[in-house]
Design a protein around this ligand. Structure first.
Ligand SMILES: Nc1ncnc2c1ncn2[C@@H]1O[C@H](COP(=O)(O)OP(=O)(O)OP(=O)(O)O)[C@@H](O)[C@H]1O
Ligand SMILES: [Mg+2]
Length: 360
């Protein structure tokens, strides 16, 4: 089911100050896709999720799930959480420790007072789906973190909701398990006909999991796009910076050429991915370290600048180096087998399509 949020506002009062947790959010979440809300801590992600679920009452606006308006200030509509047909997986206290796996998953169905036989069939089917067959009688405390998360997922899925919401469900898992569970989750969700809304402040998780990402900051949705669009071609400096490590360099528009936008920067004249701007827009050039070539440039690497290595750190897969170019310092990645050392000169080269311009 599609979710529509219109003009949603939610304010909190704290120590005499008003916090705009949601500051006029308009958002359409497409049906049967994985949509991720990505943003820094405190930007309003959980608040938005809780408003959609019905655990929080907004101050203004409207929320529609499928054909049904579930909350509207103006129309005085309020549908309680249990009637919204949503499943939710939280970050913590995801499952009940005093119950075994079967009872954890059966709980929503027992609440709906379904016949015992039907409950048994549906729990078995769901446990099979999350690959926990045979775990029915296991006390839920005797499961790995990833298995516990799958129990939580099964409990959210067993009532066959049309929409499932996740609030940072993997943040308590260690890095390796998080990666594995993320892959499984994407597979589960794409197999189901279900709309998933996923909240995280982890950019890699958002990129790996989502069909669409909404980047939030300070109670507002800043930008919407596919993972590739957000990563390669963000419209806003905040987004380009948040979704990956970027070198942000002030830029001035010089001219538009047929294929590229040419700017003047402290590291020289750079040909960029073509975009239109107003003449007086303050621009920023975003250069991701992974797109800066430090080897012999190819014909496509038409932007070339020389710099001196100021600092170099081995981080395993690569060396990270700060390269001084005039007054600017640019972070680049070097091959782990590099023989370059501090003080060496090197040429950095970039394809124009990897030089992204955004307005400040
Ligand atoms: N019950 C509350 N009372 C007062 N302020 C609140 C309350 N709940 C949230 N806030 C404030 O509203 C803002 C948004 O909070 P929210 O929990 O939605 O952020 P978040 O994006 O989920 O952050 P995180 O990534 O840390 O979970 C924050 O500034 C927070 O301090
Ligand atoms: Mg939160």
């Amino acid at each position: 089911m599609e979710i529509n949020v219109r003009g949603l506002k939610k304010y909190y009062q704290s120590e005499g100050k008003v916090i705009k947790a949601l500051d006029d959010v308009d958002l359409t979440i497409e049906a049967n896709k994985i949509f991720t809300l990505l943003g820094p801590s405190g930007c309003g992600k959980t608040t938005l999720l809780r408003c959609i679920v019905g655990l929080e009452t907004p101050d203004e606006g409207e929320i529609q799930i499928g054909e049904t308006i579930v909350w509207s200030k103006e129309k005085e509509i309020y549908v309680p959480p249990e009637k919204r047909q949503l499943g939710m997986v939280f970050q913590t206290y995801a499952i009940w420790p005093h119950m075994n796996v079967f009872n954890n998953v059966a709980y929503p169905l027992q609440n709906m007072k379904l016949p015992k036989e039907e409950i048994a069939v549906r729990v078995a089917k769901t446990l099979k789906f999350v690959q926990l067959e045979g775990f029915e009688n296991r006390p839920s405390t005797r499961l790995s973190g990833g298995q516990q998360q799958r129990v939580a997922l099964a409990r959210a899925l067993v009532a066959e909701p049309k929409v499932i919401l996740f609030d940072e469900p993997l943040s308590n898992l260690d890095a390796k398990l998080r990666e594995e569970t993320r892959k499984e989750l994407r597979q589960f969700l794409t197999e189901l006909e279900i709309t998933a809304v996923y909240v995280t402040h982890d950019r890699v998780e958002a990129l790996a999991l989502s069909d669409m990402i909404g980047v939030m900051n300070k109670g507002k949705i800043i930008e919407l796009g596919t993972p590739r669009k957000i990563y390669f071609d963000a419209d806003h400096q905040f987004v380009a910076d948040f979704i990956g490590r970027s070198n942000l360099i002030p830029a001035k528009l010089l001219r538009q050429e047929k294929q590229h936008t040419i700017v003047d920067t402290p590291i020289g004249e750079i040909a960029c991915h073509k975009r239109t701007f107003e003449k007086d827009d303050e621009l920023v050039l975003c250069l991701r370290p992974e797109f800066i070539n430090t080897e012999k440039p190819s014909d496509e690497h038409t932007n070339r600048v020389k710099g001196i290595i100021q600092h170099i750190t081995f981080v395993g897969e690569v060396y990270e180096a700060d390269v001084q170019i005039g007054e600017e310092t640019v972070l680049v990645k070097l091959d782990p087998e590099t023989t370059l050392v501090v003080g060496d000169e090197l040429t950095l080269s970039m394809k124009p399509d990897h030089c992204l311009l955004v307005s400040r």
